[in-house]
Design a protein around this ligand. Structure first.
Ligand code: NA7
Length: 542
């Protein structure tokens, strides 16, 4: 079979997913003049910010570093009202962007992709939707999200529960009146910590089922006034320049003095200051040694443990809230607003599942090895099949029909987190092994979209119909991602970043999967620049 001519295909490019990545990508692709569409499984745009409607859902990134930087006009028009903006406002922002650039015209909703099949003779993809529709395209850019496949637990009896229950990702769109309800929250990750702190004073009784505590520190949110916003607008160039220079893609710069070159008193002074400052400063403006050296990490963890002890009235409860199996920052650090104070309330109980595990969900509530507790609502804040989950759900058949899921059975293998050898013309935004999950998401998303858009432009200018990562380039990148992991204590964490998920078969033991690039946003960006300026070295374009 010969190459399929462009006119014979439904589209030149299909973007999958109308989240932060997909929205910008469809703009760049249509700006290139390509005949393109965006397929979104949900009934509207927004991705993460469309789905996560649980009370308390908000940025841990400073709002003005989370927004898109690509349009000065957009920057001048949008007013962030809080330093860490909440879900409803974030969704309004994404709608504002889509409307401003007239992007809805390219979007098709309620389109869940079931499978994708590559034709290596005719150079095109066939996409099948779950409703039976089929379409063809030369290129696909997947913006599926790293945290978009929720994983409820696998307790016996979950269907038998007679009250209401849902995973936080599926918190209903319509308002839920929590007044007087007996509510259970299972899970204390970033999501659980947000929802627990937000609903404690709204519900009748709140019971938190905690298997392992997480290290957490104050978000220190505040409103942004008109004057402050005007100042932020004036400084946008400076702000984004700073974000581009820091490993996490935030404004927070590490303290370069060296952990051991200052006195213990000086360390405590820094930590006292950072604890009261907004955002991830407590993690990212800290000494670099807390990321790499056990001893430095242990000293800092003990400092945070003491802060928790100061905030929780009952010493026995405080100890239960302090992690003992990992140090601060070895898993993603949730930021909180009055989370620890919640446990001083008379209507809140902390159940330690490490002492009394859940046996089953009953028609009435939750049964542990200790007792059965009745509930009206059970909230599963139990996390996601992170990083590769959304890719695994689609049957992606590449060259010779090989399934991507099989290629990635032992963990993802990619070139720059953007392409995969054996899957020509398939590109990923914020894909596995990219820098997104280890940095301020949108900062790396914009870099990825810019890179992929330029790769497309470059390929089209050459009249190419097939672009693919070279196997040796992919091998080198995957090895590099692994080597970077080895440098950080994060490798010891039992969290989604290292591929652990107790609710996904085969991942219960905290197995290491190298799904996140940890070298920092500036190094990642420099690497993309080097590849781009070298005619997309490592990508075969023909
Ligand atoms: P996380 O960070 O994966 O947290 C999930 C939480 O749920 C964690 O405390 C788990 O305990 C707990 N969990 C999961 N399954 C169970 C079962 N079966 N029984 C009891 N407890 C369970 O997900 P989040 O949604 O909080 O955060 C994900 C990311 O979203 C976050 O990092 C931000 O980037 C946004 P465990 O630790 O496994 O013992």
């Amino acid at each position: 079979m010969k190459r399929k001519a462009q006119e014979e295909l439904d589209y030149e490019a299909v973007v999958i997913g109308a989240g932060v990545g997909g929205i910008y990508q469809i703009k760049r692709i249509t700006d290139l003049g390509l005949r393109a569409t965006l397929l979104e499984a949900d009934e509207d745009l927004g991705g993460t910010w469309y789905r996560n409607r649980y009370p308390g859902a908000r940025f841990d990134s400073e709002s003005y570093t989370y927004g898109y930087s690509f349009s000065k006009e957009l920057l001048s028009e949008w007013h962030w009202k809080e330093r860490f903006s909440g879900q409803p406002e974030n969704l309004r922002y994404l709608n504002f962007v889509a409307d401003k650039f007239d992007l809805r015209q390219y979007m098709q909703f309620n389109c869940r992709v079931a499978s994708m099949e590559w034709d290596d003779d005719a150079h095109f993809w066939t996409i099948s939707l779950t409703d039976g529709r089929v379409l063809t395209t030369r290129f696909i850019v997947a913006g599926l999200g790293l945290l978009s496949t929720p994983t409820p637990p696998r307790f016996e009896g979950m269907e038998s529960f007679e009250g209401r229950s849902w995973h936080t990702y599926h918190w209903p769109k319509e308002p839920v009146d929590l007044t007087g309800l007996r509510v259970a929250v299972i899970g204390t990750g970033a999501t659980g910590i947000q929802v627990i702190a937000e609903i404690a004073d709204q519900v009748g009784e709140l019971t938190v089922f905690q298997r392992r505590p997480n290290w957490s520190a104050p978000l220190n949110n505040s409103p942004i006034s008109e004057e402050e916003m005007a100042d932020i607008r004036d400084r946008y160039d400076e702000i984004y320049e700073l974000c581009a220079k820091t490993p996490g893609g935030f404004e927070h710069q590490p303290d370069r003095r060296g952990f051991w070159s200052v006195t213990e008193q000086e360390r405590i002074e820094l930590w006292d200051r950072l604890y009261d400052e907004p955002g991830f400063g407590i993690w990212l403006q800290n000494f670099a040694e807390i990321f790499t050296e056990e001893k430095a990490n242990a000293e800092f963890s003990e400092y945070i443990a003491d802060r928790i002890r100061q905030r929780v009235d009952d010493p026995a409860v405080a100890e239960k809230l302090i992690p003992t199996d990992h140090g601060f920052g070895m898993q993603r650090v949730p930021l909180e607003t009055n989370y620890f104070e919640v446990y001083n309330r008379p209507n809140v109980e902390l159940v330690d599942l490490s002492a009394h595990p859940i046996v089953r969900i009953t028609p009435n509530g939750v049964e542990t090895t200790e007792t059965e507790r009745p509930f009206d609502l059970i909230v599963y804040a139990t996390g996601f099949d992170a990083i590769t989950g959304a890719y695994d759900k689609i049957a992606i058949h590449g060259v010779d029909g090989v399934k991507l899921r099989d290629k990635w059975a032992d963990g993802p293998i990619t070139y720059l987190g953007l392409m995969v050898s054996g899957y020509p013309n398939l590109m990923m935004i914020a894909g596995p092994q990219g820098a997104s999950a280890s940095s301020n998401f949108p900062r790396s998303i914009e870099q990825a979209v810019n890179f992929l858009s330029e790769l497309l432009e470059f390929s089209l200018a050459k009249g190419a119909t097939r672009i693919e990562a070279a196997p040796e380039a992919e091998e080198e990148w995957t090895q590099h991602v692994q080597d970077m992991f080895a440098r950080f204590l994060l490798r010891k964490g039992k969290g989604w970043i290292t591929g652990y998920n107790s609710n996904v078969e085969g991942r219960e033991s905290g197995v290491q999967r190298y799904g996140v690039y940890n070298g920092g946003a500036p190094k990642y960006h420099a690497r993309l620049e080097a590849v781009r300026s070298n005619d997309f070295d490592g990508v075969s374009v023909r």
